[in-house]
Each structure stands twice: as structure tokens, then as C-alpha cells.
Design a protein around this ligand. Structure first.
Ligand code: FAD
Ligand code: SIN
Length: 510
């Protein structure tokens, strides 16, 4: 029986593991407990076409528009077409989506032209999905290893001159071998000091892939969520709150988004996030505020119970006073280049979920498309193992006109590099490669990052720091190379979006 190793226990990893469990010998590794993932903290919901007034074409059009000219049409079409079946599968697996009068409750989020966001537990959609899948995984034949971090991919040369991923190494030096390795390690919010992501989001999968020579794509595109609570831990204030009618106000109580975009508070995320940052700068750093008071304390507590609790825990009575909000790093559009079956440029290596870049999200992800991506593509990567397999993928050498040929990234330490702290790295990334970028500042960041020495991996923390460093360098190099502004990548020295650059970037480590 073929052996499958899944790394990561978010929606993508657990879906893949459950799909594979019937036919293969499956091991699931996760570096904390099964519940620690971005998935667990997702709030607003999952975007799926489930009403007659809505359509797959409309979901596709909204996703393409949000992607700022860079979303891969095929990948988007697959997501939206296969979304309803993947959603039904989540229900079969025990996820309980909220209902009103016996019908699914539908929420609205920015840049969706229909109210198509299904949620669970009000604002606890991720927890609803994660715990249902965890129950299924625990009841399945999947062999689970918690508190087990993968450190590096094991790639072996083949007699025919090729190579193949055959497993991963762990912190204690153990090698876990498998016929197929599926990376589902999520994002990298911990690149930045202000993030909605939990501590496990340290870019491990992309770092491992870079070290193994895999092609990565679109790393320059990072999405900053406009509204995290301006308090320790940056608790996310879901876009669904703005979808319900909450408005952003400046220090004088004026709605500043009305002057910036016709959709005001429901404009694309990058537009709202940058507008908040600009407004904060005008206010000498004082956060803008989100006014939800007209929605009423009772409604807020019922519709958004977790946000309500989080606000109260920080001393904010959001039903009666506007709350301070600030942008925070949220979602990485870039990742390990993968095709529509999750296949990467290394045979035997698959990437699904936030760690992958199949081009679906383009330069900017549409809200609530990523839980769906995990469910759809977590299923597809197992379908790809069928005999006969689906058609060959577009890899690094054959990636179509929309995918640039990979360029070589120099990610090595400088000769006289010195120790760094995670705090140093995060602040550098926020200030020099955050919401607004310039060539000069990123060149400075590149030099400083090269002067940080890669830590020797002795424990979980040093492994993560080494990963954050290589990933930071790659993000900055790819952001320097894209001399335009598009979606989550905004350069004040190149503010225009250039049609000639409407292609995905690709790179490999030199
Ligand atoms: P994750 O869920 O992040 O899982 C990654 C897993 O890999 C984790 O278990 C982690 O511990 C493990 N891992 C990482 N490195 C290693 C390693 N070296 N070894 C072993 N294991 C490792 N999206 C939506 O669609 N709708 C929403 O409403 C929504 N709200 C969000 C709210 C918040 C606060 C956040 C942070 C994100 C939100 N998102 C939302 C985004 C969405 O949650 C994620 O993009 C999605 O859940 C990613 O799923 P994943 O399975 O790819 O990765
Ligand atoms: C949110 O609830 O605002 C997050 C939704 C998402 O990131 O998709």
C-alpha cells in the first residue's frame, strides 16, 4: 500500500489525510496539537455558491477581480465549481453551519457580489471546521503525530537521473519516509510583528521547499487584514462585521473610506488596509476606529460571540463605543508553486492550502476563499494519486504564458553575518516590506537580512527562526523584482499596475 505523509493539520492537511485514509497508509505530522493552525482561528466563514440567486460565474468573477489581474482562471474555476461538493463533504464530516429558520445563514464580505459566506458558531467558523475534522481524523486509520515538526524535506536521486521527495527529517534527526509527501503547513504571519496568525505560522513549508530546490511563486504578495484589534495579539475583527454595516471613522469621527473607494468599508482588503495606514499616519499613529454601535450590543454578542468576548477581555465595550483597529499580516497569496492537483516542481512533493501557490488568489485573496481552497485542493491532491493519474502538470519548465520562468534567489548569509532576534526580523519586515514598499527600503532590508546569520537548528524555536529568515529574504527579493503595484504588493515608487507585468513570479534558491 502506498504511504502518504501529510505535514500540517489545518483544513487542507486534515482534508487530504481523511481523503487518503481509505486507500493509503497515512501519517499526519503536526508541530503543535491538531487544533493549532490558521484554520482554527478563521472567523468570517467559507465562500460557497449555495443560493439560486448566486452562481459559479459570479463567484469566479469576484475572485478574479480581487486577484488584481493575476488569478489563474483554471484554478479559480475549479475552486468555485467544486466548492459546493467540498462544502457538502464538510457537512457530512460533522461541521455545523449556522442556520436561520431552518436554512443556511448567509453573510456578506468585502468584494463579494452576493451574500455567500457560510459561517459556524457565528464568528467561529474555523473552530467549527477544525474540531469536526479533528474528530474524524482521530476516528480514522490516520496515524497522528502531534508536537512533531518537520524540519527538512528528504530528496533522493533516482537511477534515471531524476529526483523525488521521499520524506522529511524531524528535529531529533529521525527521518519519516513516505511514497508521497504533502505539505499543508499554512502561512507565515509570524514574519511580521502584527499578525492575526497563531504562533505556528512561521513559513516552514516554503522554507523547506526553498532549501530543497522547489519552485516558489508570488511570494511578494502578502495580504494585510484591515481590522485587527489595536491591542496585544491583534485579535481579528472579522470583515463580516463590516459586512453587517460597521464603519471606519477617523479621530474626528468622520467616515474616511467614503472619500477613497465607491465600496467604502467593503472595498478590497488591500485598499482598506492601506487607507487605514495612511489615516493612522495623518493622526500621528493613533489608530482609526471601527464603529459598530448602531448594530447594538445584543446583536453583536449574538452574531459575533468570540469577537465580543475578545473585545470585552481587552476592556472594549464595542456595542457602546467605537473600537481601535489596525492592519495586521493575515494571508500569504504566494507559496510553493503547485498545479491544479497540488503537484509541485519536485516529483512526489505536493503542496495544498495556504502554503501552496496555484495562482488561484492572484495578487489578493478574496475573503473566505481559503477555507474553501483547503477543502477543494486537499481533496484534489489525493485524486491526483489515482491510477492512471490526471494529465501532466505545468511545472517549472512548462508553466504557460502567465507564469514567468523561475529566477535564482541568493538567500545565503553574508560573510560576516551576526545573530538576530525574531523581534528584529519581524520589525524589519513590517517597516521595510510591509503595507507600503519602495525599492530603496527593500534594498536596505535585503542587506540587513543578509547580515543576519542563519541559526543552527537545535530546537523548535531555532528551526522556526531559520525558516523565517530564509523566507524573509525570498519575500524581499521577489518584492524588489516586481516593479509595479498590484493587489497585496504596493510600491510607492512604482504605484501603477502594469499590464506587461500581469504574470506570476517564480523563483528557486540559487
Ligand atoms: P493552516 O490551517 O494554517 O494549518 C497549517 C498546519 O501546519 C498547522 O497545523 C501547523 O501547526 C502545521 N505546521 C506548520 N509548520 C509545520 C511543520 N514544520 N511541521 C509540522 N507541522 C507544521 N479564511 C477563510 O476562508 N475564511 C475566514 O473566515 C478566515 N478567517 C481567518 C481568520 C484568522 C484569524 C486567520 C489567521 C485566518 C483566516 N482565514 C480565513 C485564512 C484561513 O484560515 C487559512 O488560510 C486557512 O485556514 C489555511 O489552512 P491550511 O490548512 O492551509 O493551513
Ligand atoms: C474575516 O473574517 O475577516 C477573515 C476572512 C478571511 O480572511 O477570509
Amino acid at each position: 500500500m502506498k504511504s502518504i505523509l501529510v505535514v500540517g493539520s489545518g483544513v487542507a492537511g486534515m482534508t487530504a489525510a481523511l481523503e487518503a485514509a481509505e486507500h493509503y497508509d497515512v501519517t499526519l505530522l503536526t508541530k503543535s496539537d491538531l487544533s493549532q493552525s490558521n484554520t482554527r482561528y478563521a472567523q468570517g466563514g467559507i465562500a460557497v455558491v449555495t443560493t439560486e440567486g448566486d452562481s459559479v460565474e459570479s463567484h469566479v468573477a469576484d475572485t478574479l477581480l480581487a486577484g488584481a489581474g493575476l488569478s489563474d482562471q483554471d484554478a479559480v474555476q475549479l475552486l468555485c465549481e467544486e466548492g459546493p461538493a467540498a462544502f457538502d463533504e464538510l457537512i457530512d464530516r460533522g461541521v455545523k453551519f449556522d442556520q436561520v429558520d431552518g436554512h443556511l445563514a448567509h453573510g456578506l464580505e468585502a468584494a463579494h457580489s452576493h451574500a455567500r459566506i457560510l459561517h459556524a458558531g457565528g464568528d467561529a467558523t474555523g473552530a467549527g471546521i477544525a474540531y469536526a475534522l479533528i474528530d474524524q481524523v482521530r476516528a480514522s486509520k490516520v496515524s497522528v503525530r502531534e508536537s512533531t515538526a518537520a524540519v527538512d524535506l528528504v530528496i533522493e536521486d533516482l537511477p534515471d537521473g531524476g529526483h523525488r521527495a521521499v520524506g522529511v527529517t524531524l528535529l531529533n534527526g529521525e527521518v519519516v519516509r513516505a511514497d508521497v509527501v504533502i505539505l499543508a503547513t499554512g502561512g507565515a504571519g509570524q514574519l511580521f510583528p502584527y499578525t492575526t496568525n497563531p504562533e505556528v505560522a512561521t513559513g516552514d513549508g516554503v522554507a523547506m521547499a526553498l532549501r530543497a530546490g522547489a519552485v516558489v511563486s508570488d511570494l511578494e504578495f502578502y495580504q494585510f487584514h484591515p481590522t485587527s484589534l489595536d491591542a496585544p495579539d491583534n485579535f481579528l475583527i472579522s470583515e463580516a462585521v463590516r459586512g453587517e454595516g460597521a464603519v471606519l471613522i477617523d479621530r474626528e469621527g468622520k467616515r474616511f473610506m467614503l472619500d477613497i473607494h465607491p465600496d467604502a468599508e467593503l472595498a478590497p482588503r488591500d485598499v482598506v488596509a492601506r487607507a487605514i495606514a495612511v489615516q493612522m499616519a495623518k493622526q500621528s499613529g493613533v489608530p482609526v476606529r471601527l464603529d459598530c454601535t448602531h448594530l447594538g450590543a445584543d446583536f453583536l454578542a449574538k452574531r459575533f460571540p468570540n469577537i465580543d468576548a475578545a473585545c470585552r477581555a481587552q476592556g472594549f465595550d464595542w456595542g457602546n463605543e467605537p473600537i481601535p483597529v489596525t492592519p495586521a499580516a493575515h494571508y500569504w497569496m504566494g507559496g510553493i508553486r503547485a498545479d491544479e492537483w497540488g503537484r509541485t516542481s519536485i516529483p512526489g512533493l505536493y503542496a495544498v492550502g495556504e502554503v501552496a501557490c496555484n495562482g488561484l488568489h492572484g495578487a489578493n485573496r478574496l475573503a473566505s476563499n481559503s477555507l474553501l481552497e483547503g477543502a477543494v485542493y486537499g481533496t484534489r491532491c489525493i485524486a491526483a494519486l489515482a491510477d492512471p493519474p490526471p494529465p501532466e502538470h505545468r511545472d517549472a519548465e512548462d508553466c504557460g504564458a502567465d507564469w514567468a520562468q523561475p529566477f535564482a534567489l541568493d538567500l545565503a548569509d553574508h560573510a560576516d553575518a551576526d545573530n538576530f532576534t525574531r523581534d528584529d526580523l519581524q520589525r524589519l519586515m513590517w517597516e521595510f516590506a510591509g503595507l507600503t514598499r519602495t525599492g530603496d527600503r527593500m534594498l536596505a532590508a535585503s542587506r540587513r537580512l543578509a547580515a543576519f546569520s542563519t541559526p543552527r537548528v537545535t530546537d523548535a524555536k531555532s528551526a522556526e527562526d531559520a525558516n523565517l529568515l530564509i523566507v524573509s529574504r525570498a519575500v524581499v527579493e521577489m518584492a524588489l523584482a516586481r516593479e509595479e503595484s498590484r493587489g497585496g504588493h504596493y510600491r510607492s515608487d512604482f504605484p501603477a499596475t502594469l499590464p506587461a507585468q500581469a504574470h506570476h513570479s517564480s523563483a528557486v534558491q540559487k
